[in-house]
Design a protein around this ligand. Structure first.
Ligand code: FAD
Length: 532
């Protein structure tokens, strides 16, 4: 059963070991013990629904509460601390294209704002009902989860857009195939959500981001169905796939998508390496990327992330042993961990591993072929549960991300981390911040930043702290010319920074497009861009 407050299912927990609690207390201070608002009190906040009745629409309070927010920090404060004040007026669970078309017709006739709901894992406010203007209907696509066609000759598979990560891979695996899209939210996020937010999976280095995997699809829009052709590539003008990718539900509801798939890899391994410091590690990672080695992932943690990972692992003895060993090789407190993945046939993996080892060693790196890589792999979808435990202990944790060319990463990282670390200085509140470079390209990489601070007694203050940090980090990213988002999308939280990236003409083009397809603005109003 999915949690209402926090991430994931109710049955899974990720405990924070005692020494790690001490470590956090040392870095950010003793947390306050705060309780979440009881669910029954949240349910009492759900107001009467403002929707004309329809056989496809449910208006029960629990359905509406469950679809009220996603997973942004703002969302967490709303749902866990009880600040939530807007709810969808109803929830529909369509089972076919026809149902979706019917809901769009209903929305147009009755002037209702539609918010498609995939896995609810948005971290930038994509799902929040606007609270003013039209009433909101959440359209949960969970029943559109079937493999509809598998084309083994062209290596393509068509799925209902509401299929979740595990449902999708399970259906493909039975037939010997894989999509290979593994965002950390994989357990719940869906194909439709991935496409319209341009998501990126952890092994994008091998499988690609969602964009190159997306071949064609069926979208129900307020102006009728948009059906993209199933062609491998085309020179027939602008590529409409790229208009749907990142459209964040402003153009319609994607009901199915045909995806490029691969045969299951013969083998897969994850290993670790350590570098004396982040700068040296980043040079090595750039060299690895530019040598175009056949890897499936590269993730270089900075010293603080490496240390925090050690502390949270709960493997105190092993960590002490590893640290001792690394010191013998001259790697002290600035050490940085690289996790890398090999996915493919044995010979290709072996060759890539040898080539990587050569580059690592030429940068004073140490290869660690046991435990760490596999441990990362095993826990990769469990790690988000840590946010629940930390929240309950009294800490708010959030992430933000950007992508930059190699020549800008060092300076930007320094300034963004600095902005976050000192973001709450006016309150004398320390912030723990760390980062990694992942999703590596020959010309740059994404910078992924995690930060943690103490929740306040007053949830408005917890939120105010988040706003201060987020604003100062976002402004710094934009000032350095970084993208405001490499993978999470725009939603509400990044809307103010979109113009810096698109320019005035670009913004107008996006608005005109949305206005043309959805002149009444019944699709996810208020997200991505303000039209008026
Ligand atoms: C713990 C955690 C880890 C994450 N890790 C990653 C990561 O590694 N990489 C990454 O890229 N992102 C990550 N994210 C962010 C999030 O998972 C992605 O943005 C994901 O693509 C959202 O998919 P979803 O199905 O949950 O969409 P939702 O959150 O339900 O919706 C997101 C947006 O898509 C729209 N939408 C959903 N389905 C459709 C559809 N069929 N048609 C039209 N619009 C639709 C919604 O209206 C909304 O605007 C993470 C989030 C969490 C909470």
């Amino acid at each position: 059963m999915k949690r209402i407050q926090g991430w994931g299912n109710k049955e899974t927990d990720y405990p924070v070991p005692e020494p790690a609690r001490d470590y956090l207390e040392k870095v950010v201070g003793k947390p306050l013990h705060l309780n979440n608002i009881p669910i029954k009190d949240l349910l009492k906040k759900v107001p009467d629904a403002q929707l004309p009745a329809h056989s496809l629409i449910l208006t029960e309070s629990e359905d509406r509460l469950r679809h009220a927010r996603g997973q942004s920090l703002n969302d967490w404060v709303d749902i866990c601390d009880g600040l939530v004040d807007t709810f969808p007026d109803g929830v529909a669970y369509p089972k076919s294209n026809e149902d979706v078309r019917e809901l769009i017709k209903y929305a147009s006739k009755n002037q209702v704002n539609l918010v498609p709901y995939g896995g609810g894992s948005s971290v930038v406010g994509h799902l929040t009902p606007p609270g003013e203007g039209l009433p909101t209907l959440s359209v949960d696509l969970k029943h559109l989860n079937q493999l509809r066609e598998l084309n083994e000759e062209s290596l393509e598979a068509t799925f209902g857009a509401g299929v979740s990560g595990p449902q999708l891979e399970e259906q493909l695996k039975k037939r010997g195939y894989i999509l290979g899209h593994f965002p950390q939210s994989w357990e719940y996020s869906t194909l439709g959500g991935w496409i319209v937010t341009r998501s990126v999976g952890q092994q994008s280095y091998h499988y690609g981001r969602i964009e190159p995997l997306f071949v064609s699809g069926h979208t129900e829009t307020p102006s009728g169905p948009l059906i993209l052709p199933r062609v491998p590539k085309s020179a027939a003008g602008p590529d409409l796939r790229h208009i749907l990718l990142g459209s964040e539900a402003r153009l319609g509801i994607l009901t199915s998508a045909t995806m490029r798939i691969r045969r299951l890899p013969a083998e897969e391994h994850f290993y670790a390496a350590f570098f004396p410091d982040f700068e040296i590690g980043a040079q090595a990672v750039r060299e690895i990327a530019q040598a175009e080695l056949q890897l499936s992932m590269l993730r270089l943690s900075d010293a603080m992330e490496t240390e925090t990972t050690f502390q949270l692992s709960g493997e105190e003895k092993l960590v002490n042993l590893a640290k001792k060993g690394l010191r013998l090789f001259g790697q002290g407190n600035d050490r940085c961990m690289l996790i890398y993945g090999l996915t493919g046939d044995h010979a290709t993996n072996q060759l890539a591993d040898r080539q990587l080892a050569h580059i690592v060693r030429s940068h004073h790196g140490i290869m660690v072929k046991f435990y760490l890589g596999e441990a990362w792999m095993e826990k990769r979808f469990l790690t988000p549960y840590l946010r629940n435990t930390l929240w309950n202990l009294g800490y708010a944790l959030d992430t933000l991300e950007t992508a930059l060319p190699w020549d800008k990463i060092k300076e930007t990282r320094k300034d963004v981390l600095n902005a976050i670390e000192h973001g709450l200085e006016d309150e004398n509140e320390p912030v723990l911040v760390f980062s990694h470079i992942s999703h590596i390209y020959t010309n740059g990489g994404s910078l992924y930043i995690t930060y943690l601070y103490r929740r306040a007694q007053d949830p408005h203050q917890t939120l105010e702290r988040w706003k201060k940090i987020k604003t100062s980090a976002s402004k710094t990213i934009v000032a350095h010319g970084g993208t405001i988002t490499h993978q999470h999308g725009v939603g509400i939280d990044h809307k103010d920074y979109l113009a810096a990236e698109k320019g005035a003409l670009g913004m107008q083009m996006i608005k005109d497009l949305i206005n043309n397809v959805d002149p009444e603005q019944i699709m996810n109003a208020g997200k991505l861009i303000d039209i008026n």
